[in-house]
Design a protein around this ligand. Structure first.
Ligand code: HSE
Length: 436
């Protein structure tokens, strides 16, 4: 059988990993795919040839559109990132009848509905395993391995840079210093605020929710909060209460609709996912038949991400002779069977809370706060009152509450902040038991 020819767009962190993995494991991969897979063309404006394997077999140019237009290329692998020109390149590749593999979560989360519709029209595949959780095959797990299940919820640590920063901060390192290291290691996005403010995780969660529940991609309905406001005192108070703070993407099916939210979360420290550190990602999926399942691995980095890219290329090579109608649909569900489930506003979400506030060291303060919470129907699970610093008239008060609607908690927090004996803003971090 003749080799499958791949046109690689981008020779950066993931592009160079893809070239190296495909070259190093060429024989093993050919046996799996049933034919040789060859990177015949590549486009890169700037790249460092040091350490790149098999580059002498590749025709490299600096014009990505030339690769997309090249009739010899069967599969275009988009590893440039960003929205534009990635969108135009992918749509042009589809128009030219080429299959596409991409690691670009921003592109799929924002333009996926348009791209998949174009791909269906042309009978080509767009594969994006590397877009979510780096090397973990979570897309394949949801699309294929768990297709018997009604998925109940998914919760994941899906940004390696953010988890790396949180882990190192726990060890006492400075935020900016750790972020600079994550950038040097090739983990961070071109704009690292995407990692720190939760946008990258929201892109990935948008994709996960579509595949888990068979709904269109709806990035603009995702509630997004990053890690930049987490303070080291919250990390240590959470620890004293038996919890770890992790930045989670959570999507859940409820009777009212779909929860779609990214925010720092307290998780009981005995859960496996609470102990996932560094650049590692983990995704916990609860299916009605299988129960809870956990997927763990490197969420970013050159070869871990390349592992997912190459797996998609192998899948396409295997399916090249299949009837396009019979391929696994892009978002796992048949396109005309997509559900019209509403995405819930954050105020409609119910969760437990960790609250921290600075209060005057006076009698009756605790009672006033407890009254506000009781009047809002919020029940307190635990309270910790810390000692005031020497000469300080104020002290930190930390609470865990039972589950309540976010709307009720918002009003209660506003009332607490208005109390004369409470100083400044209340810090709120959501708490999830993540029990199977
Ligand atoms: N910046 C992303 C992360 C890269 O840190 O997870 C992988 O998607």
């Amino acid at each position: 059988m003749k080799p499958v020819k791949v046109g690689l767009l981008g020779l950066g962190t993931v592009g160079s990993g893809t070239l190296n993995v495909l070259t190093r494991n060429a024989e093993e991969i050919a046996r799996r795919a049933g034919r040789e897979i060859r990177i015949s063309h590549a486009a890169a404006k700037h790249y460092d040839p040091t350490g790149l394997l098999g580059l002498d077999q590749v025709e490299v140019c600096d014009d990505a559109f030339a690769v997309v237009e090249n009739p010899e290329v069967d599969i275009v692998v988009e590893l440039i990132g960003g929205y534009s020109p990635a969108r135009e390149l992918v749509l042009k590749a589809i128009e030219n009848g080429k299959h596409v593999v991409t690691a670009n979560k921003a592109l799929i989360a924002i333009h996926g509905n348009e791209i998949f519709a174009a791909a269906r029209e042309k009978g080509v595949t767009v594969a994006f395993e590397a877009a979510v959780a780096g090397g973990i095959p979570i897309i394949k797990a949801l699309r294929e391995g768990l297709s018997a299940n009604r998925i109940e919820w998914v919760a994941g640590i899906i940004n390696g840079t953010g988890n790396f920063i949180l882990t190192e901060m726990l060890a006492g390192r400075d935020f900016d210093d750790v972020l600079a290291e994550a950038q040097a290691l090739g983990y961070a996005e071109a704009d690292p605020t995407f990692d720190v403010e939760g946008i990258d995780a929201a892109h990935k969660l948008t994709i996960i929710a579509s595949i888990a529940f068979g709904i269109p991609l709806q990035f603009d309905r995702t509630y997004t909060e990053g890690i930049s406001k987490i303070e080291s005192q919250d990390v240590s108070y959470a620890g004293e209460l038996g919890y770890r703070i992790k930045h989670l993407g959570i999507t859940k099916r409820t009777d009212a609709g779909i929860e779609l939210r990214v925010h720092p979360t307290l998780i009981p420290e005995r859960r496996l996912i609470a102990n996932v550190d560094g650049v590692m990602n983990a995704v916990l999926v609860k299916g009605d038949a299988v129960g809870p399942t956990l997927y763990y691995g490197a969420g970013a980095g050159s070869e871990p991400t390349a592992s997912a890219v190459v797996a998609d290329i192998v899948d396409i090579a295997r399916a090249l002779t299949c009837d396009p109608e019979n391929r696994v649909p892009h978002l796992a569900f048949q396109p005309d069977e997509m559900a019209d489930l509403p995405i819930l506003d954050m105020e409609q979400v119910e969760t437990a809370y960790y609250l921290r506030m600075q209060v005057e060291d006076q009698p009756g303060v605790m009672a006033r706060i407890a009254t506000v919470l009781a009047d809002a129907g919020i029940s307190i699970e635990a309270i910790k009152q810390k000692e005031p610093e020497q000469g300080e008239g104020r002290l930190p008060l930390v609470m865990l509450t039972h589950r309540v609607l976010e709307k009720q908690m918002n009003s209660a927090i506003a009332e607490i902040e208005a109390l004369a004996s409470v100083n400044g803003q209340v810090t709120r971090i959501r708490v999830e038991p993540l029990a199977g």
